[in-house]
Ligand binder design. Structure first.
Ligand SMILES: [Zn+2]
Length: 98
């Protein structure tokens, strides 16, 4: 999914959802240099969180400002995002190897 700010593409988010396990995996989110500092990353994560209600979310912390960023997200989502570097469930692991 590509992130936009007005007409500009300012970043992208790479995520996967498993409807079998009702879980989501946010693999990577990146925002381009000039567009940083506008809360685009935060808004994107919160939008995903709301779009798929009831899912358990996992994420890698491959993010420029991973520390404070995920602290902020945790506060807004009741700690819904858990760090996991191997994918959220068996289905995703299988997909990734294939
Ligand atoms: Zn699954």
């Amino acid at each position: 999914m590509v992130l936009r700010r007005g007409p500009l593409v300012v970043g992208q988010v790479d995520f996967q959802v498993c409807q079998v396990c009702r879980c989501g995996y946010l693999r990577k989110i990146s925002v381009d240099g000039a567009a940083k500092g506008y809360g685009i990353g935060t808004r994107t994560v919160l939008k995903l969180y709301r779009r798929y209600p009831g899912l358990t979310w996992y994420t890698t912390t491959q993010y420029d400002t991973a520390g404070t960023f995920w602290q902020k997200i945790a506060r807004r989502t009741d700690g819904a995002f858990t760090e996991n570097h191997d994918g959220a469930c068996e289905h995703m692991k299988i997909n990734r190897r294939g």
